[in-house]
Design a protein around this ligand. Sequence first.
Ligand SMILES: NC(=O)C1=CN([C@@H]2O[C@H](COP(=O)(O)OP(=O)(O)OC[C@H]3O[C@@H](n4cnc5c(N)ncnc54)[C@H](O)[C@@H]3O)[C@@H](O)[C@H]2O)[C@@H](O)CC1
Ligand SMILES: Nc1ncnc2c1ncn2[C@@H]1O[C@H](COP(=O)(O)OP(=O)(O)O)[C@@H](O)[C@H]1O
Ligand SMILES: [K+]
Length: 490
Amino acid sequence: MIELLTPAEMAEADRLTIAAGTPGIELMETAGRAVADVVARSPLGTRIAIACGPGNNGGDGFVAARILGGRGYRVQLGLLGGLDRLKGDAALAAAAWRGEVVSLAELDFHGSGVIVDALFGAGLDREIGGEAARAIETINRSGARIVAVDLPSGIQGETGQVLGVAVRATETVTFFRAKPGHVLMPGRVHVGRLTVADIGIRETVLERIAPKAALNRPEAWLPSLPVLKVDGHKYDRGHAVVVSGGMTQTGAARLAAHAALRSGAGLVTLASPPDALAVNAAHLTAVMLKRMDGADGLAALLSDRRLNAVGLGPGLGAIEVARPLVEAALASPAAVVLDADGLSAFKAEPQQLFARIAGRPAPVVMTPHDGEFARLFPDLAALPGKLDRARQAAARSGAVVLLKGADTTVADPSGRAMIADNAPPYLATAGSGDTLAGIILGLVAEGMPAFEAAGAAVWLHGEAGAVLGRGLIAEDLADALPRVFTRLFV
Ligand SMILES: NC(=O)C1=CN([C@@H]2O[C@H](COP(=O)(O)OP(=O)(O)OC[C@H]3O[C@@H](n4cnc5c(N)ncnc54)[C@H](O)[C@@H]3O)[C@@H](O)[C@H]2O)[C@@H](O)CC1
Ligand SMILES: Nc1ncnc2c1ncn2[C@@H]1O[C@H](COP(=O)(O)OP(=O)(O)O)[C@@H](O)[C@H]1O
Ligand SMILES: [K+]
């Protein structure tokens, strides 16, 4: 598991390490050296401008300046505010710097090959304005290689949001663990290439801190991926149901059904309204087809407990049609994956949806994009942090919430969360989300716990996109899954 630490959790990691006997200045020395090592990939003779802020982020900049100067680089250091404002470890680091200190405005950004951004890191707590904002705008226009210390200045470590203005770094060097703001948008774009440096903080501090967010990597969910038995049977792998829309909107459900079969369900049945049976029949092969007469028909189908997971929403139709179907699914003992129209059906009364989720024995996974999210959680949609949005929505609804985008975030009601950074932008194509819902459904049907299944599906979907490359369409994604699974196990 690759934990993501909020700035507050990172401060706690520092505190625990210092309390265990490592002086703060030693951590700062190691941090500054890690920055210097990254900067030193540029050849000797490169002019380096180091912009230092008034806190410990600036302290790291002073250390890097001293080390780079010692290695023969031409270093110019500029400070925001006076030297007398520096405190603690930053003051110690500044005292060890023998070179000149100019003001930020005097730094020659345009004449430098590398700019080190040590203005603000974890301590950024308000919008940047004035001299610092002007410096950041100049840094961004300079054309130099920009190495940010800990976080690009202006990016909030917890949310990835820009506070006023933010450095667009070529590379960022952070310490111990990445922060949510390194992977959440728009932070991820400002970070550039990320290096996570070991500065001597022991892994054991994580037991005390118990961080609840992680990067969505296989380590986060692979232990929960069902292991197939040598003598296994298709009936051991679950039977998923996908609900089709009416005659003119059947494709989305078929995409989901196909993906559910690819991702793991032993059997998949498409439940189809009578008017859509012929069109569905013409397009299905391994996926089975069953006639479904409205919500009562779906309830009857799901009364067979072997059908252990149901997905609905893609192409499901208008509220009058969709809502009773979702209610029937939620009244059944099956796990439920709710997407698209299945979510929008409750926009007038989201509490009705949450009330039906509460207390049901099997899990519910909701997969909104931002628009669908705003319909169900209008008050949460304005929160600045995607992690916070997903977590609060999960806590309120009782469902696992998967909030889509380039930084898809999955959260469960207890606050556990994973953030993905592997999705290529060509996943933004019609039907891609329907496929994602199907991948989750197949994994849940196969017996994977809902939170892990949602995380795994997001990762698999992203990798499938990366394997296929530009030009992919939603139909291709599920068919790329065998290749992605193969890579997972070699
Ligand atoms: N605590 C430690 O032991 C370690 C800390 N490290 C560094 O310390 C950094 C955190 O240091 P700090 O907590 O001192 O915080 P920062 O140095 O990130 O910033 C805090 C300072 O900036 C000011 N400030 C915040 N937002 C501002 C704004 N919008 N405009 C103008 N001024 C603003 C604050 O008043 C304060 O003076 C980390 O990002 C990391 O770079 C590393 O040296 C590793 C060890
Ligand atoms: N810029 C992007 N980078 C990576 N993935 C993206 C990006 N934009 C959208 N996606 C992904 O593409 C999928 C789109 O889903 P959705 O909006 O439901 O579309 P549809 O309803 O057409 O299937 C989601 O998995 C989302 O996370
Ligand atoms: K910085």
